[in-house]
Design a protein around this ligand. Structure first.
Ligand SMILES: [Zn+2]
Ligand SMILES: [Zn+2]
Length: 245
């Protein structure tokens, strides 16, 4: 085993000489033990706090007891039963997300696979897991430009690790009038009105759905998806995202 490890390191060293690799975030040279991101940049990725709202994963004050809800979830109609998010939406995370979205660099998702698996294990998924996993669909125009949906890549990982059936075509998405990123929270809600619907042939009555998105910012998109799932009879909706603003 040790010999195999040394052989792998030697091959990596040789490749590194031929093709010098730099950190995707700070552009400094990587050590042989580092993979795409240097140790120092990796440490700037902040995990979400344990003191967060269990329904939407928004940070709460440190004194908040576990199982607390934020004021938004107490006052607004929130259709997600619980949210699992891995990272805070800080500048390092934003850069990585940008690389995933615009440069099709799925090594980032591969890097996060282990983190996602461990987090879901800690949430008890090995013994009690959702019945289906559904990625939030991309805006059709965006999908045509990118040719892939980053949320679907995350959903694939979970589906493989926990043997949960993935059903990508359950939620249909129409084109929005305006790009969501230019709008405020209330405007986003109006912009997404009637954009999502459930496929006619989908049978989700009584199902526990794991709804996957790459990042949750205002929560409007994931909540609109959860709303149509609940209206179609889903018994429980758990949201999973890599990042949470
Ligand atoms: Zn770095
Ligand atoms: Zn909340």
């Amino acid at each position: 085993m040790k010999t195999l490890f040394h052989t792998q390191m030697l091959i990596k060293a040789a490749l590194n000489c031929l093709y010098p690799t730099v950190c995707a975030l700070c552009q400094k040279g990587l050590l042989l033990t580092e993979d795409h991101i240097c140790k120092s940049c990796y440490s700037t990725l902040e995990s979400t706090s344990q003191h967060s709202c269990y329904q939407c994963a928004k940070d709460l004050p440190r004194w908040a007891p576990s199982g607390s809800k934020c004021t938004h979830c107490k006052n607004d109609a929130w259709f997600v039963d619980e949210t699992i998010s891995l990272f805070r939406y800080n500048s390092s995370f934003k850069t990585l997300l940008h690389l995933i979205k615009f440069d099709d660099q799925d090594w980032i998702i591969n890097n996060f696979k282990r983190r996602i698996k461990n987090r879901l294990k800690n949430s008890g998924f090995e013994t009690h897991a959702p019945s289906i996993v559904v990625p939030v669909p991309l805006d059709p125009k965006r999908y045509r430009e990118r040719k892939f949906n980053q949320s679907e890549i995350i959903a694939n990982t979970v589906s493989e690790d926990f043997l949960i059936k993935k059903q990508s075509s359950i939620i249909k998405r129409k084109k929005c009038l305006y790009p969501q990123s230019f709008l405020r929270k209330n405007e986003r809600k109006v912009n997404l009105k009637n954009v999502f619907s459930i496929h006619k042939k989908a049978s989700i009555a009584g199902q526990w759905v794991l709804l996957v998105d790459d990042v949750i910012t205002t929560g409007t998109t994931i909540n609109e998806c959860a709303k149509v799932l609940k209206e179609a009879g889903a018994s429980r909706v758990t949201a999973l995202s890599l990042g949470r603003a």
